[in-house]
Design a protein around this ligand. Sequence first.
Ligand SMILES: Cc1ncc(COP(=O)(O)O)c(C=O)c1O
Length: 386
Amino acid sequence: MTVSRRSFLATVGAGSAGILALPLIEWRGYEALHAQGTASRRADRLLAAQPGMTRIDSNENPNGPGEHVFAAIRNHLGESNRYPVRSEDDLIKVIADKHGVKPENVILGCGSGELLRSAVHGFTAKDRGLLVPEPTFEAPANFATFLGVPVVGKKVDASLHADLDALIDAARDSRPGLVYLCNPNNPTATVHGHADVVSFIDRVNSRSPQSTILVDEAYHEYVDDTSYATVIPVAIANPRVVVTRTFSKVFGMAGLRVGYAIGQPETLAKMSPWLLGSNVSQLSLIAAAATVNDAKHIELEQKRNRETRALTVRFFREAGYKVPDVQANFMMVDIHRDVKAFKAECIKHKVAIGRQFTALPTHARVSIGTSAEMKKALAVFKTTLA
Ligand SMILES: Cc1ncc(COP(=O)(O)O)c(C=O)c1O
């Protein structure tokens, strides 16, 4: 329920703390919802979830989780009466082993979204803001704005890569508490090579020694560019670096809500207080542990994505649109028209694409669906763009 300014003031006028409390909380809730962009985001997702809709809007894996996930959930459903303490340790151990780090270098999140939020809480303040490329995944900036933390954005360059030099200058000038680098970047699907990211981190460290750099590797498994590599080893060596990963993308578990962060224990300790205890469900923990090393499933999903992505890139290029180098399970294309209107038109044909990003209002973000879904979507794009 929303509360108008007038009814809020009338309630204040009533002078009763009891009467005041409820609308105040509701008004805050309303503000919060809008400050974080969650209201429009939810509306967008509900639209995409309509029956019969081809959902290429949220960078999900259209094929779902691997068979180990189904088996794990079926076999462990009966343990749902217990709080998941042991399973948390089990998953942390499997993740740590996979990356060659210690369990104390890993914390879990209810999706990596919770970890991004905890990083904003833990590393920023009203006088130590957040620095981000623009556009990028908006959750950290939305949350910082909600907290009253200043956000500095630096627009991507002409090739849709984060402008690393501009970010370094901004770090020197604004001394942010947190620098968020999404690599590959959502929504542009562009990637920076390992050497560039390491040099970026070094230069931010020297220009603004108190800033923590969070590298979000949500789409790590979809990168083909051989110059790219994870910066997890850097996060283990450098107290000013954290890496986040998620089970929501290549693992096909967005609905199960599991993510993790890797860094030095003292660095992670700044984030942990902001996480809910037992933030990942028992079944999700067991499912994630069952799939994290399922190389066969990961390879299959990479292959499927690569093939369908190539088909989609070809379509746009043959139609005369410029597609930047795509290194994820989505792409961004300048369609030379307002994306909101294009999206609305596609919805009429039961195809839901990504939301409009303010910094690039004519660039459509298209997630890669199954090949059947993409054939349908491309036919709709063909008529809609004609
Ligand atoms: C770059 C990036 N990071 C984090 C997230 C959050 O994902 P989750 O909370 O499902 O792990 C997303 C979701 O799309 C994303 O694109």
